[in-house]
Write a protein that binds this ligand. Structure first.
Ligand code: ZN
Length: 179
């Protein structure tokens, strides 16, 4: 169905982009809040605080986007009302991996991947959308996600990789996480 024939959903107009962006931010907020809970359980208060901060950032974005949707008379999409190429949104942290999380480093690696996927999603839309308004809005969203990537990267710098007693690697191929 999508024009390019790839796995990216076709985004025809600004309302559609905002609907995707809303779900992306709202889902991310929820997942970061859950990760924060998990870090608290594992007694990692500083990383819990980072995830609370990320949840707040994403939640603020979601609220702003909901306002923009209301402003153009479009509904705020519910959980299953946008069709992502995969099962979950591009910014969603994979909880199949997350239940293994025992260190801040692991949690941050997952967060980094989620933010990188979110950036790639908006960047892809910005490059390929035919509608100029959609391209401009996608560029702005991509820039925000790039900031989130940097925020998580800075935090990763402060939390060195775990010692050899940890065998679980959320990113075994080292795929694309190097600058
Ligand atoms: Zn983000």
């Amino acid at each position: 169905m999508s024009a390019g024939g790839d796995d990216r959903p076709a985004i025809g107009g600004p309302a559609e982009l905002l609907a995707f962006a809303y779900r992306l931010e709202a889902d991310a907020e929820e997942r970061y809040a859950m990760l924060a809970d998990q870090m608290e359980v594992h007694n990692n208060p500083d990383v819990a605080a980072l995830f609370r901060k990320l949840a707040a950032i994403e939640g603020k974005h979601a609220a702003e986007i909901a306002e923009r949707l209301a402003g153009i008379g479009a509904p705020t999409p519910g959980l299953f009302e946008v069709e992502w190429p995969g099962v979950e949104g591009p910014e969603t942290v994979d909880f199949g991996d997350a239940h293994y999380l025992m260190t801040p480093w692991h949690a941050l690696k997952l967060a980094l991947k989620a933010e990188q996927r979110a950036f790639a999603f908006f960047d892809g839309v910005a490059r390929t959308a035919e509608n100029a308004e959609v391209r401009a809005a996608a560029e702005a969203f991509a820039a925000e996600e790039e900031e989130h990537v940097r925020l998580v990267e800075r935090e990763l710098d402060r939390h060195r990789s775990p010692d050899e007693s940890w065998s679980f690697d959320p990113d075994p191929a080292g795929s694309g996480s190097a600058p």
